[in-house]
Design a protein around this ligand. Sequence first.
Ligand code: PLP
Length: 356
Amino acid sequence: MSRMFVPGPVDVDPDVLEAQAKPMIPHRSKEFDEFFRGTEAKLKKVFLTESRVFQPPATGSGMQEAGIRNLAQKDVLSCVNGAFSERWYKVALSNGKQADRLDAAWGSAILPDQLADALKKKHYEAVTIVHNETSTGVENPLEELAQVVHAVSPDTLILVDAVSSMGGVKIETDAWGLDFVLTSSQKCFAMPPGMSFAAVSDRALKKAETVENRGWYFDLLLLEKHRIKNSTPMTPAISLIWALDAELDKMLAEGMENRYARHIAMAERVQTWAEQHGMPPLAAKSYRSKTVSCIQNLPGIDFADLNAYLMTKDMRMANGYGDLKNKTFRIAHMGETQMHHIDELLEAFETYLQKM
Ligand SMILES: *Cc1c(COP(=O)(O)O)cnc(C)c1O
């Protein structure tokens, strides 16, 4: 077995890798139109939305930029409790927006009361939330946070980065009233990197009409104009669309509820094991990620040595992110990773600990 337990890119199943090898066809063609319409229909089932899902060639960070450029003329509130939520804040600043940050410590969640207070102090056009902070293994309470925004500031748009959770954790885009939900292909979708997907609400598109300088590449109105003709303004990532179709079929065949349950079971297995070995996850129990465990390292474990040992068994994990490097390590359990893979990893880890 060769398996990566790193939070993206994750292992791609052989049939999905092979699907990419199909010949090219012109993207302005009836065959391609039909294919593209089909992948969007399946994506809507994963995103739990009736509105639309864009499938442009870009990574998730590109969609962070798209949300910012299109959905606020000026005032943005960025919830920041890790590296990827901080990136979104920087994206907002670098696109010339007036961005304020609402911080929680790395390892803690953004709490609904905290968000309510910030929204009462100032009016924001948009709020950015990272659902699953891959750098800390924290899942923010997205449904509750969205409820707070709807209650306190109903016209504020809710922008969600679900890069490391969509496709592995249930996110009810329409039912929770989320306006912009983005993800990347290389995390829970278990595809090669290079594509992003974003669900966009009707009211978000209406807002975009009022925002100047949306740019061209990520202009949601231009993307919409082409989406209704089953295409993209730029050349789509055709090989990745072939892979996407294959992966979406796998997801829907497994059943989304089964897929969510599998991710929860893998997270519980890893997190319980880590606690039993004196290495508690960084996050408090009720906010632990279902797709990536960020675990506090034992003082005696040299992460590089541990990972080198795992690599002799064709496995690897990820070190902690930024300041958490060597203090924590991360085990991803997302995409097409199965419980037997987790068992093999923990068995090897156990052997390493015994040899220490
Ligand atoms: C990986 C990740 C990103 C960055 O995505 P790219 O596809 O590399 O641009 C953003 N947000 C989160 C939560 C991530 O896990």
